[in-house]
Ligand binder design. Sequence first.
Ligand code: SAH
Length: 215
Amino acid sequence: MTDNYRHKGLRKKLVETVRQKGIKDETVLEAIENIPRHFFMDSSFLEFAYKDKAFPIGSGQTISQPYTVAFQTELLEVKKGDKILEIGTGSGYQACVLAELGAKVFSIERQKKLYQKTKEFLPSIGYRIKTFYGDGFKGLPAFQPFDKIIITAGAPHIPEDLIKQLKVGGILVIPEGTGGIQIMKRIIKLSENKFETQEHGTFSFVPLLENKAND
Ligand code: SAH
């Protein structure tokens, strides 16, 4: 896999597009500029890698739109050393953006094929992400608590277990809603049972699947 001047040039343009759409956090924009997004897609889709669009990655799933990745990441207010749980590993791109920002990333995927593909792929491009095969609704009880939690699929409701696994003072970002449209919510855990919920516009994600046999 090569990352040449053409790719870097296309990435600079992509960063400008994302900036113009309202992303202000320079560290997030820098992470997008640093990561070769075309590595995360099949080579035949190379020309699409630097468009600000979601794209199919197999198994009926998508790599999120760069703007959406930037938006969710900005809401998380990532700090170096943050322990972050991601639900929906997919291509691994979002996880790498978090790792670029200095986070320790744990990520869960429920599609076995995708899990295996991404688990092998991420170390090959130099990222150390702890990937898990399982149901994101349950989180990772053995590794809790987390400073931040990000859900990268449209959730029908806010998973109770994930709220429990968030540190007091922690932030959870989740697109909530069914029927192809979700409201981006940011939940700040003020104390064990007190929360502040903010709404940050509408988005469209593939669904977060609950109680389904793994495929
Ligand atoms: N973060 C990804 C985009 C993921 S798309 C990226 O950067 O490429 C959403 C992903 O969530 C899909 O891969 C889908 O299989 C996964 N998913 C759906 N329901 C899930 C669940 N209950 N637990 C874990 N992953 C789930």
